[in-house]
Design a protein around this ligand. Structure first.
Ligand code: NAP
Length: 308
């Protein structure tokens, strides 16, 4: 039986691994389908303290992983689909494998939300619809693309895409961006970025080979529809927490975020089961806050074990 199993290798999971590793708890870290979490798909991280020039997201996660391994964290690939609790023992089911632990830190993060409009699923991944400019932006060199969304992610994606693309249309359903002022200003004032305000995406349209050729939007004020030509449609409209496996075990809010017990950010309703990062935090959702929650969860797990 493990003392600590950590689910997830984003900022929260790896920080929990560093802390529990340093506490000599020999943590086992289970990594799912996106090792390193969301930051591995970010170009530059400019706001994590300690990096005055910024740092590449992938490099940062690689550093965290090495730091955790240095303190004895072990890593395995496993996607947990169910957790059963038997007294103080937590049983984690991952496909055919079963892991047992005294404490578990859930740091499974979140995945990109999709629009759910016609054409999106059909052209997703390889035919022009994507959620990751860092991964796919270079394929759209000298082409016109759109980014859908009005938050920091959408602005960041749009700005990143200006490195390659001839024109980026930022499609937002309202007339003011949700993004932080600095990101919004950069996006709106960029010469390659055109804003499509009050525009509601209706359908992604294919050419005769089945590749993206345009997106149809409705103007929310006039009701008019129009097509915006694009070879790529980058969807950046927020995230859905990866908590489905905890259905029936932990309380979750209507958006699926794990609800911590009153008075704590990381304790759940089950003793010895903690949650940290974007699977529980729907307010701040920053790399630094996820790392902070990973630290809190690790300290709580350590205390919980010490008390017993
Ligand atoms: P977000 O802040 O939740 O923004 C999502 C955007 O998508 C909103 O503008 C929303 O419109 C729009 N949207 C949602 N559903 C839509 C739909 N069905 N159709 C059309 N538009 C839709 O998500 P995010 O941009 O991914 O950011 C998440 C968190 O990460 C935030 O806290 C953000 O500050 C942080 N973040 C920070 C950085 C950075 O600091 N460098 C970079 C990326 C993300 P409405 O505005 O109308 O709701």
């Amino acid at each position: 039986m493990e003392d600590v199993i950590i689910l997830g290798t984003g900022c929260a999971g790896l920080t929990a691994a560093i802390y529990t590793g340093r506490a000599q708890l020999n943590p086992l870290v289970l990594e799912g389908s996106q090792p390193g979490g969301q930051l591995t798909t970010t170009s530059e991280v400019e706001n994590f303290p300690g990096f005055p020039e910024g740092i590449d997201g992938y490099a940062m996660m690689d550093n965290l992983r090495k730091q955790a391994a240095r303190f004895g964290a072990r890593f395995e690939h496993a996607k947990v689909d169910k957790i059963l609790v038997d007294g103080a023992t937590k049983q984690l089911h991952a496909g055919g494998a079963v892991y047992e632990a005294k404490t578990v830190i859930i740091a499974t993060g979140a995945r990109p939300r999709l629009l759910g409009i016609p054409g999106e699923k059909e052209m997703f991944g390889g035919k022009g619809v994507t959620t990751c400019a860092t991964c796919d932006g270079a394929f759209y060199r000298d082409m016109e693309v759109v980014v859908v969304g009005g938050g920091d992610s959408a602005c960041e994606e749009a700005l990143f895409l200006t490195r390659f693309c001839s024109k980026v249309t930022l499609i937002h359903r309202r007339d003011t961006l949700r993004a932080s002022q600095i990101m919004a200003d950069r996006a709106v004032s960029h010469e390659k970025i055109e804003m499509a305000w009050n525009a509601l995406p209706e359908e992604i349209l294919a050419d005769d080979r089945g590749f993206t050729r345009a997106i149809r939007v409705t103007d929310r004020e006039s009701g008019d529809t129009r097509e915006i030509a694009c070879k790529g449609a980058f969807i950046a409209i927020g995230h859905i927490p990866n908590t489905d496996f905890s259905d029936g075990l932990l309380s979750r809010d209507t958006d699926g975020y794990i609800v911590p017990t009153a008075g704590s950010q990381v304790k759940t309703s089950i003793e010895g089961l903690f949650a940290a990062g974007d699977c529980v935090d729907h307010v701040y959702r920053q790399a630094i806050t996820a790392a902070g929650m990973g630290c809190q969860a690790a300290i709580e797990a350590e205390r919980w074990l010490a008390e017993r």
